[in-house]
Design a protein around this ligand. Structure first.
Ligand code: ADP
Ligand code: MG
Length: 180
């Protein structure tokens, strides 16, 4: 089965995907590395722009029938049996991206995306089977335990468990309201 692990940058996708794949005995796949290896994606400035339709086709061809955990913030857009969307309090997203040296504008965009559920909404539009997990205050192992316990009990859809609107005041300082 194909498990996609998606979420805003910094929420812990790579950390969780690696542990999850080990615990399940599945292959670990970074979607970005896969795209680059397949020659999908164009460098636009210092960013890589990936054609999602092309990526979806390539993922389907390569991985259908295999057991994989696909890690990346585009993974909710490719064919998967279940999409796990990791969530994290947007202030912690901001702090993690700050420590990664994200430029102010990119940081603002991503904090806002987490605040208003962008990846979750996209995932729900693409896939019936979406499991949302709040990672705030949990260790990576605890997050993986929660995912495995949901999957093992046959849960295929669990969404709507976080609402960051109450956290707005904590992150307004990071947002670029009214543009740059
Ligand atoms: P992503 O792949 O979503 O961008 P990473 O897995 O690279 O996120 O994690 C971003 C940072 O946060 C890393 O420094 C990682 O060690 C840390 N991290 C990830 N998950 C947790 C967690 N549950 N608790 C504390 N720190 C975490
Ligand atoms: Mg990552």
């Amino acid at each position: 089965m194909i498990i996609a692990v998606s979420g805003t940058p910094g929420v812990g996708k790579t950390t969780v995907s690696k542990i999850l794949s080990e615990r399940l005995g599945y292959e670990y796949v970074s979607i970005k590395d896969f795209a680059l290896a397949k020659g999908i994606g164009e460098k636009v400035g210092d960013e890589i722009e990936i054609d999602v339709d092309e990526l979806s086709r390539a993922v389907g061809e390569e991985f259908s029938g295999r057991d994989v955990v696909i890690d990346g913030h585009l993974s909710h857009l490719v064919p998967a049996d279940v999409v796990v969307v990791l969530r994290l309090h947007p202030k912690m997203v901001a702090e993690r991206l700050e420590s990664r040296g994200y430029p102010r504008k990119k940081l603002a965009e991503n904090v806002e995306a987490e605040l208003v559920d962008v990846i979750l909404v996209e995932a729900i539009e693409e896939n019936e089977n979406v499991i949302e997990v709040d990672t705030t205050g949990k260790t990576p192992d605890e997050v993986v335990d929660e995912i495995l316990s949901l999957l093992n009990s046959g849960v295929k859809r669990r969404v709507g468990i976080v609402d960051w609107s109450w956290a707005y005041d904590d992150v307004v300082q990071y947002l670029m309201l009214g543009g740059d």
